[in-house]
Ligand binder design. Structure first.
Ligand code: SAH
Length: 344
């Protein structure tokens, strides 16, 4: 049976009107599933009996099993979910002053191979289907009894490497009568697949785009992020400039501070030079240490000096709060531990 969660509101409306049902039927069903959280078509009392039967026979409303849930002292909730084919994925719920954000996984494993990232320890086995990303949101909302107000596509995987499914996911969670998560509350984070940034820019969506930069020179970035061997910083910055000119959306550069690797004032200056004139901001990210790697979290004094140097150079810069580090909330850590335990 097909998953209901693959259907955009438009697709459902087209299907139902082609079967001669009113175009409101699709909104009613969306409302039952996404707002009232009813996972049984037969209970949708304002929907015609015949249509309820059709939906029950055609679509499933299954959700993944929560294999493990860890709750941090700072209230961050990290879920390990088991998909139909037994693949394991992670989703992380975080509480902020501005709302509740969910960090969504887009692929099973990741092939980008960043030197510091736990996700790459388990190679990509497949893309996530649209419905599986929607299910991450619903499963977490059901378990936590909370409404997700913001989505960051920053879990395991590279969203621009699974763009069609990710775009459909965005359309579904943004739909009126559904979860209705504001388009400007959705952030996609990429390691920088340049041709896909142009493609996305031409779609002119109002999502937030975040670029995982982490190094301001090709030399260093080549070592930290293999994608840089394919697309050099100059090309990346040009694509980001194009993205801003097309969409009017300010770009965020994520910059992970690794002790003694990329956290010196020299690198802060090189970063300021690189992004000079772009309408952007820099988010300094504390590194969640991964036991398999030698990288260490940058020291507070160095983080502050780096931050102040960027400020002095006129760059919009913020420091990300560390969340959930007592529960392995950095990308891929829970899943890779689970697999290790499983394999030993
Ligand atoms: N592939 C996408 C999205 C997933 S990674 C991307 O590269 O942006 C999401 C962010 O987490 C990236 O900025 C990534 O570099 C960062 N990250 C990876 N491992 C981390 C760790 N151990 N601690 C902190 N951030 C990490």
């Amino acid at each position: 049976m097909k998953s209901f969660y693959n259907l955009t509101l438009d697709e459902l409306t087209k299907e139902l009107t082609s079967l001669s049902y009113s175009k409101y039927a699709s909104s009613q069903i969306y409302d039952w599933v996404y707002r009232k959280k009813i996972d049984d078509f037969s209970l949708m009392s304002n929907v015609k009996k015949e249509l309820r039967d059709y939906m029950s026979n055609t679509y499933s409303l299954n959700l993944p099993k929560i294999e493990k849930l860890e709750v941090s002292k700072d209230t961050t909730r990290k879920y390990l979910l088991k998909l139909e084919d037994d693949s394991m994925i992670e989703a992380v719920l975080m509480h902020h002053e501005y709302g509740t954000s969910l960090c969504v996984t887009s692929e099973v494993g990741c092939n980008m191979g960043c030197a510091f990232c736990a996700s790459g320890l388990l190679k990509k086995t497949r893309n996530l289907e649209t419905h599986e990303m929607v299910e991450e949101v619903l499963t977490v909302e059901n378990e936590s009894k909370e409404k997700v107000s913001h989505i960051v596509i920053m879990g395991t995987g590279e969203p621009l490497d699974n763009l069609d499914n990710v775009l459909k996911f965005i359309e579904i969670v943004n739909a009126p009568k559904g979860l209705e998560i504001g388009i400007r509350h959705i952030t996609m984070s990429t390691c920088g697949i340049v041709p896909k940034i142009y493609e996305l820019a031409d779609m002119n969506l109002q999502i937030n785009l975040a670029i995982s930069l982490h190094a301001p020179t090709d030399d260093l970035r080549d070592r930290l992020m293999p994608i840089n061997k394919a697309y050099k910083l100059k090309e990346l910055i040009e694509s980001v400039d194009y993205y801003f000119k097309k969409t009017g959306r300010r770009i965020t550069f994520e910059y992970l501070l690794l002790d003694g690797v990329n956290d010196s004032l020299l690198y802060a200056d090189k970063l300021a030079d690189l992004i000079r004139g772009l309408n952007c901001c820099v988010n300094l990210i504390p590194y969640n240490q991964v036991s398999e790697f030698k990288y260490k979290t940058a020291k507070d004094d160095n983080v502050n000096a780096f931050y102040n140097q960027l400020k002095r150079r006129g760059i919009n810069v913020t420091k990300r709060r560390k969340m959930g580090d007592d529960i392995d909330a950095a990308c891929g850590q829970l899943r890779s531990k689970h697999d290790n335990n499983f394999n030993n």
